[in-house]
Design a protein around this ligand. Structure first.
Ligand code: FNR
Length: 341
């Protein structure tokens, strides 16, 4: 099977296997404040993300590139939406473009459409420093995402089987690259223990990319005869993953994995995330409803966040962390079982 076909399979199966349930955001409820003491005009939606410099608290997470005309068209659409709305955007893994320069157009379109925007490069943890530099250069990226996707690789018939040396490579790249490094999962979540390892590197941000949204075990199982069923319900629910990472890591924390709406986003900010990434939800909007609806939906997300922040009395994204809220159900049990208070 060609690489281009695999990329298109991922997109199609991501759309049809759908957004799962199980982020555990549903177990969080804010305590209403009848005297919030501010107005909608007081709300500042600019996140504090250090060197990442995000303008919007929402970003388009890594999806595609390198798969020919269709991915070029999709990346162009996403890049224009990012430009219109001030969102940062990550491209999909650039390893194919590093190995084969004819695959570069579908990545370069992202910079062409959005010359001044914040754009993230993307590579797996098998990448070397030289490859990281090249990926950044191809799209003049502002940061590099390094993805961890052990379960996806294991479920892919043609995937990697050896994951040694990843932390050392991440450490080396984070120390030597001229742009900040973000380490992300791809829908199975980052634990406290993994975040502790990353805390010992120069990584600027961790994107928890937890369980409850796009499920690459399901996607890869669609593509193979012998299904690895045991990976389909594997992973750390996104709400729990944010708490896991916040306990270990002082840098910027990004929330992703199954984020569908402004309620999920604001709950991720309550738990300490600084910005939220959407992949599957934006893909579905872009493919099913088109570019202008995608742009409109992002402006609506901004508006919805401002409305809820007003009701909560939080004028900034960081201020949401101080809002009273209760955690019940599965998330409360998870935290108890994990010994987290
Ligand atoms: C992805 N994702 C991804 N991540 C990554 O770091 N590099 C990649 O190349 C890809 N490719 C990719 C393709 C498609 C079609 C989808 C839907 C997703 C993973 C993505 O960035 C994110 O971590 C997960 O999808 C979880 O977020 P959502 O989709 O639940 O919002």
């Amino acid at each position: 099977m060609s690489r281009a076909q695999r990329k298109m399979d991922h997109i199609n199966y991501a759309l049809t296997t759908g957004q799962g349930a199980g982020t555990m955001f549903e177990d969080i409820r804010f305590v209403h404040q009848a005297l919030p003491g501010l107005g909608v005009g007081d709300i500042d939606l600019r996140p504090k993300t250090g060197d990442l410099n995000l303008k919007s608290p929402v970003f388009i997470n890594a999806m595609t590139g390198g798969g020919g005309d269709q991915t070029e068209k999709l990346n162009g659409m996403l890049a224009r939406a990012a430009k219109e709305t001030g969102m940062a955007m990550a491209v999909g893994s650039q390893m194919s473009a590093i190995k084969d320069p004819s695959e570069r157009a579908s990545f370069k379109v992202v910079r062409k459409e959005n010359p001044d925007g914040i754009i993230f490069s993307n590579l797996g943890s098998e990448a070397s420093l030289e490859q990281a530099k090249e990926a950044v250069e191809i799209i003049e990226a502002d940061a590099l995402q390094i993805h961890l996707n052990v379960v996806q690789e294991l479920t892919m018939p043609e995937g990697d089987r050896d994951f040694k040396g990843a932390l050392e490579r991440i450490q080396h790249i984070s120390e030597s690259l001229h742009v900040p490094v973000i380490v992300k999962e791809t829908g199975f979540g980052i634990s406290y223990e993994t975040a502790m390892k990353l805390a010992g590197t120069k990584v600027a941000a961790i994107d928890v990319s937890g369980y409850g949204g796009t499920n690459f075990a399901k996607i890869e199982n669609e593509r193979r005869a012998k299904k690895l069923d045991y990976f389909q319900d594997w992973g750390i629910p996104t709400a729990a993953a944010i708490i896991e990472v916040k306990k270990a890591f002082d840098g910027t924390v990004l929330a992703s994995g199954g984020i569908k709406n402004a309620q999920d986003i604001i709950k991720s900010f309550l738990l300490g995330a600084d910005a939220a990434g959407l992949a599957g939800s934006f893909l579905k909007l872009a493919v099913d409803e088109g570019e202008s609806k995608l742009i409109e939906s992002v402006f609506e997300l901004h508006e919805d966040l401002a409305m809820m922040m007003t009701a909560l009395g939080a004028s900034t994204i960081r201020g949401i962390q101080d809002c009273p809220a209760i955690i019940t159900g599965n998330l409360a049990n998870y935290l108890l079982a994990r010994g987290f208070d």
